[in-house]
Design a protein around this ligand. Structure first.
Ligand code: FES
Ligand SMILES: [Fe+2]
Length: 372
């Protein structure tokens, strides 16, 4: 069972195409990274009913067994290919198909076939399962349907979730865009002064700041040096008194976009956006924003979600328009400059992982100057 879908054929199916500007071949920044952890759902979404979702275009079903442990199967009954998510969880904690009642456990083993006398024959049938971990309020699945797969890594941890002195706000949103474009957008500084004018950053003040870019085999980090407190509404709410800004943008494999700001000594904020590729051009983001502020948190909390959603809606609209246009032209053709600081590194990490390799580690950090 493959988790892959052909990105080029998906593009080829999209019509109409531009007839004036022709590309050599349709291409989209889609990298299918197997053997990586992705969030399939929030814990609170999975109750006693099975829950359908998708990963890389493959339908999945999540359910809880008798002990409440979450499991993930490919959402296709091996008998006659009916969605298992239309079924029910039995008192024994098995997932029962709605068509002929075959039952499967969390590992995909067929536990019961109604009317069948031979138990060994039932055992020989199985549904495809994915390794699953539930932690910090999220259900993660490992992108592998290999039988007996044992992941050799752990999912991302939210470092400030539940930490004393911090408050956390969580939000789930979806964008019509490739996972690459959605993640690049979350870590892209130059668009914030323009697309989110006034909210995050205002118009350029002509200040030169330096981005120091560091790469390692599972991440790329940009540290922004010399940045005054952004003038937008969000920074003013988080840090009314201003102060020295420390700002990191991090991409952590396979799909974490992390923005960290410290303003002065008392105001600290980390926004993790964890992307799940539902299919080539649909990405779900689980956003976990933790903050500590000099101001009482009950004053800040009511602003965080609506402001973050406004920013995200602006991003979601532009990502959707971008995707529609890429479809119309039959592929991407991106022109970048050095202030597209992280994009090329993110893509290289994703592409290398798709091919099953490890990225080369460069010792040297490069520096890029931006005017903000
Ligand atoms: S299709 Fe699922 S039991 Fe027959
Ligand atoms: Fe944005």
């Amino acid at each position: 069972m493959s988790l892959s879908v052909e990105s080029e054929s998906a593009l080829a199916a999209a019509a109409p195409k531009s007839q004036l500007v022709q590309l050599k071949h349709g291409r989209a920044s889609v990298a299918v990274m197997r053997d990586q952890w992705f969030i399939a759902a929030m814990s609170s979404e999975l109750k006693s009913k099975p829950l359908a979702t998708k990963l890389y275009g493959t339908p999945l079903v999540l359910f809880r067994d008798k002990e409440g442990k979450a499991g993930a199967l490919v959402d296709r009954c091996p008998h006659r290919n009916v969605p298992l998510s239309l079924g029910q969880v039995t008192d024994d904690g098995n997932l029962r198909c709605p068509y002929h009642g075959w039952q499967f456990d969390r590992a995909g083993a067929c536990k019961h076939i109604p009317s069948l006398a031979s138990e060994s024959e039932a055992k020989a049938r199985r549904a495809l399962s994915l390794p699953t971990i539930e932690q910090q309020g999220f259900i993660w699945v490992y992108a592998s349907t290999e039988p007996d797969c044992v992941p050799n890594k752990k999912p991302h941890e939210f470092g400030l979730l539940g930490k004393a002195g911090y408050s956390t706000v969580t939000q789930v949103v979806e964008a019509k865009g490739t996972m690459f474009s959605t993640i690049e957008n979350a870590l892209d500084v130059p668009h914030t002064a323009f697309l989110h004018r006034g909210l995050f950053r205002s118009e350029s003040r002509g200040l030169h700041i330096t981005a120091k870019v560091q790469r390692s085999k599972d991440r790329v980090i940009a540290e922004y040096v010399g940045e005054p407190r952004p003038t937008g509404l969000i920074a003013r709410i988080l840090s009314p008194s201003g102060g020295i800004v420390t700002h990191f943008d991090r991409f952590i494999m396979p799909s974490v976009a992390q923005v960290e700001y410290s303003i002065g000594t008392e105001n600290h904020f980390i926004a993790d956006s964890i992307a799940t590729p539902l299919d080539d051009f649909h990405t779900r983001i689980y956003a976990v924003v933790s903050f500590r502020s000099r101001l009482p948190h009950f004053l800040i909390r009511p602003f965080v979600k609506p402001l973050a959603l406004r920013v995200f809606n602006q991003d979601a609209i532009i990502l959707e328009r971008q995707t529609e246009l890429i479809e119309a032209f039959g592929g991407e053709q991106f022109a970048s400059t050095e202030i597209d600081v992280l994009g090329k590194h993110i893509w290289r990490l994703m592409r290398t992982a798709e091919r099953g390799g490890e990225a080369l580690v460069e010792d040297e950090a490069n520096e890029v100057t931006l005017i903000v």
